[in-house]
Write a protein of this length. Structure first.
Length: 293
């Protein structure tokens, strides 16, 4: 009887856990939809900025802008920004981002680069503080609803230091949102800006020419900071969407596993109960035969 009671308690406990994980799965699904909309909304603007920058970029103009400066020395000073979540229960999402950050940190230091870490998200910040790795910056207040203002706050000081020559490179480790099941950790070089080669015109087979007003210099002065800020914003929103996708997947897996465990416990309980009833019947029959005898 004690075994049956213990099995009932375990079944009730797992049922409560399944209810919690099912609720968390539903919440993550709802938040994922909103986060995915932000990712989709940010991409056309980013693509337009990249296309405009590629069209305006020529080496002569590049020499005038610090954000386009290519590092000349091999001993580069790197600012490595990593983005994780503030909460757990999302499978290996944070562990993968932390592992990639630690790998890049070791690779940079192995070739003699000076690296400073900037953390976004309490999980990653907590890990590197735990292992004694100093952090040049830590933001645990952004959460899973980043805004363009958050991106500006994070990247503007780094742009200023890069323009002043204090940094030679700024890189971001984030989770790229391909779909809710594919969110690989990705390295995004933010600075220096490396414009893509503009596409050739299908009619003439050459790069298209434009009459610009104001001049290309004035346009680049406005576009370059916007491009860097948008790169950071995309990294933030894609990581947020990836977090919700990973949490939904983890909670669905936990809910399914809890259901399987409940089925196994119920079968075990039914067998134990059946054995107990059989034993009780046997005792009753044996007692009755003893009284008749």
């Amino acid at each position: 009887m004690a075994k049956a009671r213990e099995l009932r308690r375990r079944i009730k406990s797992v049922e409560n856990t399944r209810q919690i994980t099912k609720t968390m799965e539903m919440v993550a699904t709802s938040r994922l939809k909103r986060a995915q909309d932000r990712v989709v909304g940010a991409r056309p603007y980013a693509d337009a900025l990249a296309e405009l920058l590629a069209s305006l970029y020529i080496p002569d103009l590049a020499e005038r802008f610090p954000l386009l400066r290519q590092p000349a020395s091999s001993g580069q000073r790197v600012a490595l920004v990593f983005i994780t979540s503030n909460r757990g229960l999302c499978g290996g999402f944070n562990a993968n981002l932390i592992r990639m950050t630690a790998t890049l940190l070791a690779e940079h230091r192995a070739v003699g680069r000076e690296v400073e870490l900037h953390g976004i998200g309490r999980k990653g910040i907590g890990y590197f503080r735990y292992i004694g790795e100093p952090l040049a910056g830590a933001r645990g207040d952004i959460g899973d609803r980043p805004t363009a203002e958050h991106a500006v706050e994070v990247v503007t000081p780094l742009m200023a230091r890069f323009a002043a020559g204090e940094l030679d490179r700024v890189e971001v480790v984030y989770a790229k949102f391909n779909n809710p099941l594919s969110t690989p950790p990705t390295l995004l070089p933010v600075l220096p800006i490396e414009p893509a080669v503009p596409a050739a015109s299908p009619d003439r087979g050459t790069v298209a020419n434009y009459l610009l007003r104001p001049s290309a210099v004035e346009i680049l002065e406005a576009v370059l900071p916007m491009y860097v800020q948008n790169q950071m914003y995309r990294a933030l929103v894609e990581t947020a969407a990836s977090e919700h996708g990973a949490r939904r997947t983890a909670m669905k897996s936990a809910t399914d596993n809890a259901g399987d465990m409940i089925d196994r416990l119920r079968r075990t309980y039914n067998r134990a109960r059946q054995a107990q009833i059989t034993q009780e019947l046997a005792e009753i029959v044996g007692g009755a035969e003893a009284l008749e005898g």
